[in-house]
Write a protein that binds this ligand. Sequence first.
Ligand SMILES: [Zn+2]
Length: 146
Amino acid sequence: MAVFPSVRPRLSRLQFAYERVRRQARTAGLYIELVLDPDAYDPPRHYAFVLDHEVTDEGGTIHVASELNILRPEQVLGILYHELGHVIDLAGLGAEFKRVYSADEEIRADELIRDCFDVEIFYDPDTMIQSIQWRPGFISRPPGLK
Ligand SMILES: [Zn+2]
């Protein structure tokens, strides 16, 4: 597994998204690291994941597939923000907002991103891939989506 800066040329679009999400995480007091992991690609809609045991109250690691590069920038950001939502959840930051979040950890990840950063994550109804840019027909994460 390669750490991000070493693969900058091939993953330039990802690098941009990574820097943005990393900076955003810092405003919440979290450190984020991305690692390239071929296992993160599980077609058709999985490109990244977070492992519970790799998250502490300081931050965590997001595993990403190089296949993220085929997606549009707003989709890459949607995916990375969603994973950051899992990190925030596992780091226990949600308690600071004193509100009740969804019992569905996947929906909760998106709710936390909205509360922490005022960023809305939408889903393309055809692919169920995340995006931070709304388009006609895009929806919030439906319950039960894995
Ligand atoms: Zn998720």
